[in-house]
Write a protein that binds this ligand. Structure first.
Ligand code: FAD
Length: 450
């Protein structure tokens, strides 16, 4: 008999926690998991999944607009926000059920309540129940940052945006990251008047700035406004329900139906007893862990957004899986954070892997070459849409190893995922050149760089 109730107690039923719990159980551990909100976590309930469904919904606006040029008469087409919102929420509930089912099938015991730590091997549930475990895994994710100004309670975040009662006629989205730019594309397509307001001059900082420049150019051309170098100072709620947002940029305050704040996500580690039992947290509140996901306390591990390494679902899943294999599977392993592909599901989408041109230059000086293809997708030519695509390849050294690939254009996230294999495999550009093009396609630009 073990001296503990469980071998592993996971706090947080999101991407990282669910994977860690399931795999640990398959390795033979006795596992329980606590989730205080809904099983599936941010990605499934109020992140990647419902967001991508909105992106799909938004795409119809473009397609319907161009349908005429493709011979379709679609007069009378109308967008219904509440219908799409409710259908998405139904599917989110279906997925939530699947997640709980998968855990149940793997013999993981589920506690649908908040859990906090009361000792290196002890957890207390909201119901008051005290549980002991040999290992505790913190997988509590992140939480949207507040606006940090007077009136911040009048701002919505990504948590609330999926549940809007009606489509806003106008929306100010504060922030310059991927979530801000994705929702800008979504609401613009649905017909809202959209302003992206960002504290600094640059948006989407981690991405290649030439590619980002294209997004901004195309966004402006279609009517998205960018209010840059505009720190948020105050939000007023008006009697008619609108909000007036003040910025420290010398300009006039701006009124809109909704202000959404998307200025980043903070690790979800507050009031969990972590510091009290000696778990080291950094300045942002992230649990400090080593490559083995172990915290400063031997029995406490952490994976996913709460560690603030790379805040992406596939990374949280990999960390959770590596934890389970290492601690319970007899296969200690770490994951690589190099060359992680990522996308911004903006309109059009951006996708990227490896070093940006600026980063490659900073690292390798003149020992790099930059190849570009600036093209008008064939579909846009027939429809008369002016939007162009831009693909960039960065190579290094005489062998021309591909160290960066950056794209903006239709379906770029789908196209880049395959190409990322070559970057992780450290292949030279010659391999791309040797591949015969699939014609006509946008992806063929990847093997035709001159
Ligand atoms: P989470 O999935 O956040 O799960 C943590 C869980 O812990 C939550 O369910 C929470 O309720 C629970 N919890 C917290 N505290 C406690 C407690 N004390 N007791 C019990 N339960 C607790 N990533 C991508 O890769 N691609 C995307 O396109 C993408 N889009 C996104 C869009 C939006 C709008 C947002 C907000 C995020 C998006 N992300 C995307 C990021 C992705 O959702 C996260 O990186 C991922 O969910 C992190 O997983 P996690 O396991 O660390 O935490």
């Amino acid at each position: 008999m073990s001296e503990f109730d469980y071998d592993l107690f996971v706090i947080g039923g999101g991407s990282g926690g669910v994977r860690a719990a399931r795999i640990s159980s398959t390795h033979g551990a006795k596992v329980a998991i606590a989730e205080e909100y809904r099983m599936g976590g941010t990605c499934v309930i109020r992140g990647c999944v419902p967001k991508k469904m909105l992106v799909y919904g938004a795409h119809f606006a473009e397609d319907l607009h161009e349908a005429d040029r493709y011979g379709w008469d679609i007069s009378g087409a109308e967008f219904n926000w509440t219908r799409l919102r409710d259908i998405i929420q139904d599917d989110v509930s279906r997925l939530e059920g699947l997640y709980a089912g998968t855990l149940g099938n793997a013999d993981v015991e589920i506690y649908k309540e908040r859990a906090v730590l009361t000792g290196p091997n002890e957890i207390k549930l909201a119901s008051g129940k005290v549980i002991t475990a040999k290992y505790i895994l913190i997988a509590t994710g992140g939480w949207p940052a507040n606006a940090g100004c007077p009136g911040e309670e009048h701002a919505l975040t990504s948590n609330e945006i999926f549940h809007l009662e009606e489509k806003p006629k106008s929306i100010i989205i504060v922030g310059g990251g991927y979530i801000a730019n994705e929702f800008a594309g979504i609401f613009h397509a649905f017909g809202s008047d959209v302003t992206v307001a960002n504290r600094s001059e640059k948006i989407l900082r981690p991405y290649d700035q030439e590619i980002v420049g294209k997004l901004q150019e195309m966004g402006e051309a279609k009517g998205i406004k960018y209010r840059l170098s505009a720190p948020l100072t105050k939000i007023d709620k008006n009697d008619d329900g609108t909000v007036t947002v003040h910025f420290d940029d010398g300009g006039e305050p701006q009124t809109a139906d909704v202000v959404m704040v998307a200025t980043g996500r903070v690790p979800n580690s507050a009031n969990m007893g972590l510091a009290e039992i000696g778990v080291e947290l950094d300045k942002s509140g992230a649990v400090v862990v080593g490559d083995d996901n172990k915290s400063s306390i031997d029995s406490v591990y952490a994976v996913g957004d709460v560690t603030n390494r790379v805040q992406l679902t596939p990374v949280a899943i990999r960390e959770g899986h590596a934890f389970a294999d290492s601690v319970f599977g007899g296969n200690p392993r770490t994951i690589s954070y190099e060359n992680i592909p990522s996308a911004v599901f903006s309109a059009p989408p951006i996708a990227s892997v490896g070093l940006t041109e600026d980063a490659a230059r900073a690292q390798h000086g003149d020992d790099i070459k930059v190849y570009k293809s600036d093209f008008r997708p064939m579909k846009n030519v027939l429809s008369g849409r002016e939007e162009r695509g831009l693909y960039k390849m960065i190579t290094q050294g005489p062998e021309e190893i591909v160290i960066g690939l950056h794209m903006i254009g239709p379906e770029s996230s789908e196209i880049l995922q395959g190409a990322a294999i070559a970057i992780v495999g450290k292949m030279p550009k010659q391999v791309f050149d040797d591949v015969v093009a699939i014609h006509p396609s946008m992806a063929e630009e990847l093997v035709l760089f001159k």
